[in-house]
Design a protein around this ligand. Sequence first.
Ligand SMILES: *Cc1c(COP(=O)(O)O)cnc(C)c1O
Length: 432
Amino acid sequence: MQYFSTNRKSSPANFKTAVLRGQPSDKGLYFPEQIPKVSWQSIRHKSREEIAFSILKLYTGDAFDDRTLFEICKATVNFNFPLVQINKNIFTLELFHGATLAFKDVGARFMSRCLKHLIRGASKKTIVIVATSGDTGGAVASGFYGVEGIEVAILYPKGKVSKIQELQLTTLGKNITAIEIPGTFDECQILAKTALVDKEIRQNFFVTSANSINIARWLPQQLYYFYALQKWEEKSQPIICVPSGNFGNACAGILAHVSGLPSKKIIAATNSNDMVPRYIRHGKLEPKESVSTISNAMDVGNPSNFTRILEIFKHDANEMKNVLEAESVSDEATMQTIREVYKDFGYTLDPHGAVGYRVLADYLENHPTEKGFFLETAHPVKFDAVGKIIGKRIETPASVSNLFDREKSVIEMKADYGKLKEFLLYELTSQT
Ligand SMILES: *Cc1c(COP(=O)(O)O)cnc(C)c1O
């Protein structure tokens, strides 16, 4: 499988090159030259690992021998993806049973294990640098923890991530370095992006990000849509609602749909960062500065994966509308939804899942014969607001309760690129 750049100025790359580069030099995104067909009938009774292998083999080509790819897949999907019924026509696909209680565990685990094999014997060390508003960082830290040959630097805005998120970033140690910036997520993002294209750093290291721009983070996200369909027992095909920020998840769902997933429609649900709902309504692409919301992992003004979605539908807005809808939800409605769903059905939503629930419930109100599920993208305990909204303390799952006993280690750094560069060049890789 070859990957071309959506900007079409850089040359196509195979899986290995695309993963190591992360982003093509023309600033497009890598996209598969053809979308493979998946035969649902031939995989629907297989195990999680086998499904992961069958699908990802189509995308990785000869990058790994079959045994290696199978081992990578096994390590990637080492947790459950339950489909839970909330009421008569709404189900939720819980993606928060992994190491850091977020769906990003899937992509981070796959990418780290791919990189480990792909950089074998390389002359340079690899630096993974990532900016986080909370959730990405934890999944990346956990996914890359202890992976040989890779140093990870995670930038996060001081005081703007939740308690559990901060512990997930700062208590691992080893090859994971947490860097706290007194500033905003956007400032962290600019620092990370500057480092990624810094010539001097690139001469000395492989540098890559671990966000959904990278195909190894993005592609495995299609798997859990297939796992959900294995458990779907309703007569009609499901409407699938995806809480979306950078649209990596939604785009992976569309990829699954187009390649053979028996689903009816994908609906993207956003908070008030609503570039895509506006596009679907008016056909105009108008990015905006991001605004802060309580579903902060989706505070993205200009979703980078939307260019991949345009590519899937060959830039035909009508083709797109047959498969994809998009709606936005205010913070007020999000909080109201968390309160109501807890009261009426005893289910605790996280703010991101709540955006998904709201959009799906409104859709089904107008389409009463349909049923569907939305993705619960993270565990509610990670967001301090939820306990306050439902007026009840949320129990910490056993898998993360040990975080509270661990030693925190963090580097404080001003939002100054010179400082970060010096640190990456001279300190990060000499620590371990
Ligand atoms: C990252 C994230 C999202 C948004 O996913 P995208 O793939 O960027 O659209 C939604 N919810 C949570 C909890 C997240 O961490």
